[in-house]
Design a protein around this ligand. Structure first.
Ligand SMILES: [Zn+2]
Length: 432
């Protein structure tokens, strides 16, 4: 299927951050074969052409940290601190989870993500294979984390299984699946377990993603257990010898930040989750100034409570202005970069996705600007960050294949997914 998007306004999110009016994008064999001015476009006989003066094309949004199937406990427990929220509500609820529940919950998450323009997500949840199955069926790009919670039974077997998981799924779905190793945190996995996971990461060349420095209490607990801060511990045990993606990174001191800047450390910033759980505000403006890679994530939909990357992007652009009393702290461009190329770098996918450039995979979304709240068009980038929302997403493709076309889902039955999710979620809450 060859597709032309023309004419569109192309927000390329490339190194020059080009915004091209009256642009044409050609898609061949799942990749972008041309992006540039309409009148310079080479001859092309597409199977389909979509365009219009109201359509803005941009790279698909990248979610660097979530627990997708937690859609099923969306709204189940709110307005609590992180630790009692986990211990008293979420973990008892999760004890009854079965593989099929995770499949349906991930399908629900994928439906929400596609509707809002997300094309790639990095997931950390139980029954990883079920999450991958949902991504393969729906055409999403996914970085599934092989999860380890060290206090659960058979932790060692799970580490061995993680190695098999990485080998089995790397490159699945025509390259759409990139497995990660996902030890939950330093406070839920012990030193021998971390050593084994790091060894698996070295052997398989898979990246690690984890939670780090989310709350003050976590920093105190990890410091008591390991002898130094979470970031310094990760450095000491060798977890930062290769790229590591750490969700949150809210509480870091000067030494931590020096380490983050000197190592391949990436932050999955989760502003909404940090606000809702009253965890704090990550010093993102300082991280950016130090050249530390930052992407965005909603975290799990039980602590957000949605998977809307537009909200995360707008919060990233506004929250840090107030936190630093500096209106230039995180610009609209910087926020847009976090959800596109910044996210791609967090996941090691920067050569494949994250920008509209020739040769890259065609993970593209179209935003409908024919809306009162997106008028007048003084600045398209400003509108994308400060005025647009998930409901403005018109069409979404991954690898040049439509997942949403003119607001219609192409790869899943959304009514059925919602119905099954409702039934399973009620049952799980009753048993918790
Ligand atoms: Zn998380």
């Amino acid at each position: 299927m060859e597709i032309a998007l023309s004419p569109v306004t192309a927000v390329c999110c490339d190194a020059e951050f080009q915004v091209l009016e009256d642009a044409t994008i050609h898609i061949e064999n799942g990749r972008i074969s041309y992006v540039g001015p309409q009148h310079y476009a080479p001859p092309f006989a597409p199977d389909e052409t979509l365009g219009g003066p109201h359509l803005v094309a941009m790279p698909g949004l990248i979610n660097t940290h979530t627990h997708a199937a937690m859609t099923l406990c969306r709204g189940y427990a709110d307005d609590m601190a992180l630790e009692p929220w986990l211990h008293d509500k979420i973990w008892p609820y999760e004890r009854n989870l079965e593989a099929h529940h995770v499949y349906v919950g991930t399908m629900l998450a994928i439906a929400e993500m596609i509707r809002g323009g997300t094309t790639t997500f990095c997931d950390m949840y139980f029954f990883e294979r079920e999450g991958v199955r949902a991504a393969l069926e729906t055409g999403m790009r996914m970085c599934p984390g092989a999860v380890l919670l060290g206090f659960l039974p058979q932790a060692d077997e799970k580490i061995a299984a993680a190695r098999d998981f990485v080998r089995e799924f790397r490159g699945a779905g025509d390259g759409r699946i990139t497995p990660f190793l996902a030890p939950h945190s330093l406070y839920t996995c012990d030193a021998p377990q971390w050593d084994k996971i790091i060894a698996v990461a070295r052997d398989t060349d898979a990246r690690i993603t984890t939670h780090a420095a989310e709350t003050r209490r976590e920093v105190a607990d990890v410091t008591a257990q390991w002898g130094q801060s979470p970031i310094q511990t990760l450095h000491k045990i060798g977890a930062l010898d290769a790229p590591l993606l750490a969700a949150h990174s809210v509480y870091t001191d000067e030494r931590d930040r020096e380490i983050m800047a000197a190592t391949p450390f990436f932050v999955a910033h989760n502003p909404q989750s940090n606000l809702k759980l009253a965890s704090g505000i990550a010093p993102i403006a300082d991280y950016l100034a130090r050249g530390i890679g930052v992407g965005l994530g909603p975290d799990g939909p039980a602590s957000n409570n949605n998977l809307d990357m537009w909200e995360e992007m707008r919060l990233a652009a506004t929250l840090h202005k107030a936190a630093t009393l500096d209106p230039t702290a995180v610009s609209a461009r910087a926020a847009l970069e976090m959800v596109t190329m910044g996210g791609a770098k967090c996941l090691g996918l920067e050569n494949e996705v994250g920008s509209l450039e020739i040769g890259k995979r065609a993970d593209i979304l179209l935003v409908d600007f024919d809306k009162p709240h997106l008028t007048p068009r003084h600045n398209v980038v400003s509108h994308l960050v400060y005025a647009a929302g998930a409901s403005d997403v018109h069409s979404v493709m991954v690898d040049g294949k439509w997942l949403l076309r003119g607001g219609e889902f192409r790869t899943l039955d959304v009514a059925r997914v919602c119905q099954e999710s409702e039934a399973i979620a009620r049952d799980l809450v009753q048993r918790a």
